[in-house]
Design a binder for this molecule. Sequence first.
Ligand SMILES: NC(=O)c1ccc[n+]([C@@H]2O[C@H](COP(=O)([O-])OP(=O)(O)OC[C@H]3O[C@@H](n4cnc5c(N)ncnc54)[C@H](O)[C@@H]3O)[C@@H](O)[C@H]2O)c1
Length: 360
Amino acid sequence: MPEKAAIAIVGTGWWATTAHLPAMTAHDRIGKIILVDHKPEAARAAAAKYGIPLAHCFTSAAEAKAAHPDLQGAIVATTHHAHYAAAKDCLDQGMHLLLEKPMTIYARDAKALVDQSAAANLTILMGYTFPCLPPVMQAKRYIDEGLIGDIEYVACSMSSVTYDLLLGHPERFEPASGFAVTGPTPQTYSEPTVSGGGQGVLQITHLAAMMFHLSPGMRAEVVTAFMNNLHAKVDVIDAMAVRMNTGALATVGSSGNLRPGDPGSVEVHLHGSKGRIMVDGFTGEFFMHLHDGRQEHIPRHHPAYPGDVPVSKFVEILLDGAEPLFPGAVDGLYTVELLEAAARSAAQDGQRVFVRDLYN
Ligand SMILES: NC(=O)c1ccc[n+]([C@@H]2O[C@H](COP(=O)([O-])OP(=O)(O)OC[C@H]3O[C@@H](n4cnc5c(N)ncnc54)[C@H](O)[C@@H]3O)[C@@H](O)[C@H]2O)c1
């Protein structure tokens, strides 16, 4: 294996220039960075900010790979509806993937990426972040050790300051001067044909992935949901009820209508046959209460957002052959199944949707 990684980043907008590129340029095991965006000016602006040669800017993964055959992996950070095609293009070029959330909008597309990557022996790492926080890792360790027993009920709740993005007003979310290079466009999170949905695909994707990460083997089977757009074109308030393949039941809810200064919550509360664990990614709070009386508590301490972690995990995959912490086949696909089923249910006033029917 080469000593240093050669990585393309596809989609050089807000998140690429805020989180991935700073992490990449600071990483001592990344030797080459290639920028791909279907808007040449977006790649050029990112190149100027991060000292990347203009000759490293391309408008497609195929062009980039043809010019740089040593490329091993690609980070896909395009707008949501473009994830599937952009990820497929990179897999077609034989590149491993770090794929931003949500994996895709439709379960069928997510499954196609999982199958293609497996057939080509390529890895898909999902760009989830919260499960890398120490309190969430502690919850995972205890659950894997069997401390709370079989998971019977999960209550998941996420509230965040996203309403202005969902309304198409990124300038209210953050003044333009506050962005490293650029902010999201007005359409990125508000226009259904671009965003593929609202609070669900933007935020619940984190929450649901954390639930599946903490509950190995669990996958949604039947979903019913209600959603309220408030004044947006996409969902802002979501309430879902889920029956899992294991028989466990879950509620998954969210509001994007908090105001700046409120830390919000991304809280997964798992109830098992031997006790319960609650962990919150925003506040860092953790508590465990077992049926035998054992208790542990980590108070709120608001850990820093680990936005640089996906890049370093990806480098370990490319250079050391590490296993992905959040594989597309689980954290990516299962989360998309839940979100698509919930969106379909809400569109039918809460009628139940079987996940298997997403594939018909
Ligand atoms: N993990 C996190 O905490 C976090 C935070 C913010 C955003 N994100 C994710 O990052 C991704 C990007 O979001 P953003 O806010 O940066 O969006 P953005 O609109 O700012 O940027 C998207 C970029 O992708 C480019 N693009 C679109 N389709 C393309 C295609 N087919 N090929 C090449 N380039 C294409 C656009 O030109 C644009 O430059 C989304 O998946 C989003 O959910 C993750």
